[in-house]
Design a protein around this ligand. Structure first.
Ligand code: BLA
Length: 509
């Protein structure tokens, strides 16, 4: 894929997200010392809510504002669940003769405790435990019936849209370069259609992706807000900025707020799909107008994203297993042929099952014992000879696999139509003996959500920049690549190599 610059790692990837010292205004943040649970730092908006200067709260014990039972509950859970993050509490917080009901998330850290406070949404049928539990059970049963990854993704977007009322919900799957493709979408008619579009990696740069391993969601109820600072600016316990990495209220990077504006949405929420310790994709939700979700609903979505992850992982494993079984069947036949024929070459290239079928190749060349034997479409003998020189220079001892040979080895551009993909199995590389499998060029059209080469618009000053402002479909034709090699195909190629080496030993003794 031809993106001019990799903004993911070298530009967007360096924007600091955690040391911003600002939060979004839909909640309050307190920083407590661990010994006494005294407030050492607090967000400025405490002042508006309680009509008291923030300084009045500093160095006060949290116990001064809570009923004794609530305070001791917090104390006890902090001690008992020290390693656990984001313990939720319902608090009745009273200051200056005003009482506010909060949902609190308490994060015990090494040096301090973070307390995120959000005003409680009054209980409704939407956020009752029974109501949400029913929904989750129902969606889980739907997901279990899905017969493919894409079917599961469709259920996910439809159901999340239904229970949250977001105007658009998408499942976004990362490719190996961390670009993301929208594989399922549920939306209101007047929302832009992103189905099937690919977005460059820098749209969700690495440090933002990494935060999904610490946070179950990222919620931005409105992109149009006044950030709220912490007082004092420096955390007196660490003499540094307070690390807001896993604080839900953390203020949003400006470039992303502008991005949301360019997408013409006000509110956004995203949840990770993680399996095998890897970020597989995101569930991304958009709304035209501001939208906040109750803690209860957010928690249900958090559970759901875990269930979706498990279901998608199961589907992916099933797919891999099916492919593996198919390959094993052909491989078993091929093994028999290799052992029954006088030479392994005949075993690979003749008979009902051959190497072309095993590895989905258009051509294969076996270079062994001074001869080059080919089947199907391959480069000519001279070209094969030169390709092998090149392989030998790279000291590729077992397997060499690429689906973009022309980009690796310029000479191959001359025969890219038949060999944009190469899987080379080394038999005896010192002697230039290889099995070469070729795959033809397959032109691929990629539809990007906006031109990825314009992902960043630099201003003339060379310092200020903006995200792209159009997400209109931009078509890219990818040339000089073949169909990719599946992990399971590479696995079976390794097994084949061992079998061939064994057969050679038998042939010679
Ligand atoms: C954050 N970018 C994000 C997030 C998403 C996307 C989901 C997480 C925050 C959120 O949920 O809103 C991107 N959202 C998408 C995409 C789709 C979508 C691709 O729905 C497609 C359907 N962004 C840029 C550029 C930079 C950049 C050029 O376009 C860097 C220069 C950075 N994006 C960026 C940063 C964050 C981000 C820094 C983190 C924001 C934060 O958490 O504070």
């Amino acid at each position: 894929i031809a993106i001019d610059k990799n903004y993911d790692s070298d530009f967007c990837g360096s924007i600091p997200l955690n040391l911003v010292n600002l939060i979004q205004p839909h909640g309050l943040l307190l920083v407590l010392d661990k010994a006494e649970l005294q407030i050492v730092q607090a967000s400025e908006n405490l002042k508006e809510l309680f009509s008291l200067p923030v300084d009045d709260f500093l160095e006060q014990p949290l116990s001064a504002y809570l009923p004794a039972s609530q305070f001791s509950d917090i104390q006890e859970k902090i001690i008992r669940q020290n390693s656990q993050d984001k313990i939720p509490f319902s608090l009745t917080f009273t200051a200056n003769a005003k009482t506010v009901f909060f949902t609190a998330l308490v994060h015990p850290k090494d040096e301090y405790i973070l307390v995120e406070l959000e005003e409680n949404a009054p209980a409704t049928s939407d956020n009752s435990f029974i109501g949400l539990y029913q929904q989750i059970k129902y969606i889980t049963s739907l997901l279990k019936q899905a017969d493919s990854t894409v079917a599961a993704a469709h259920i996910t977007v439809n159901e999340i849209k239904r229970i949250t009322n977001f105007d658009k919900v998408m499942v976004y799957q990362f490719d190996p370069q961390w670009n993301g493709i929208v594989i399922a979408q549920a939306k209101e008619d007047d929302m832009d259609d992103y189905m099937g579009l690919r977005f460059p990696a820098s749209d969700v740069p690495k440090q933002a992706r990494d935060l999904y391993f610490r946070n179950p969601y990222r919620l931005i109820p409105t992109r149009s807000y006044q950030p709220v600072g912490l007082i004092p600016v420096i955390n007196p316990l660490t003499m540094r900025f307070t690390d807001l990495s896993d604080c839900n209220l953390r203020s949003v990077a400006t470039v992303h707020l502008e991005y949301l504006r360019n997408m013409q949405i006000m509110a956004s929420m995203s949840l990770p799909i993680i399996f095998d310790d890897k970020l597989w994709g995101l569930i991304s939700c958009h709304h035209k107008t501001p939208l906040n979700l109750s803690y209860e609903l957010r928690s249900s979505l958090e559970l759901l994203s875990g269930i979706v992850s498990a279901q998608l992982a199961a589907k992916e494993k099933e797919n891999a297993m099916t492919l593996r079984v198919q390959l094993q069947e052909i491989y078993a036949n091929l093994l028999e042929q290799i052992y029954n024929q006088p030479s392994f070459t005949e075993g690979l290239l003749t008979g009902e099952t051959n190497l072309l079928a095993l590895l989905n190749l258009a051509g294969v060349a076996v270079v062994y014992d001074g001869a080059t034997i080919v089947l199907g479409q391959t480069p000519n003998e001279q070209e094969i000879k030169e390709l092998i020189y090149w392989l030998r220079r790279h000291e590729l001892n077992k397997l060499y696999v690429t689906n973009a040979l022309p980009a690796e080895y310029a000479r191959s551009q001359e025969y890219k139509e038949i060999a944009s993909g190469l899987l080379a199995i080394a038999i005896n590389p010192e002697q230039g003996e290889y099995i070469l499998g070729f795959r033809p060029e397959v032109l691929q059209t990629i539809e990007w959500g906006g031109n990825p080469n314009q992902a960043i618009q630099m201003e003339p000053d060379g310092k200020s920049y903006h995200p792209r402002n159009s997400f209109a479909t931009y078509q890219e034709t990818v040339k000089q690549t073949s169909l990719p090699w599946a992990f399971e195909e590479i696995e079976v190629a390794h097994a084949l190599r061992s079998a061939v080496l064994e057969k050679i030993i038998k042939e010679n003794y």
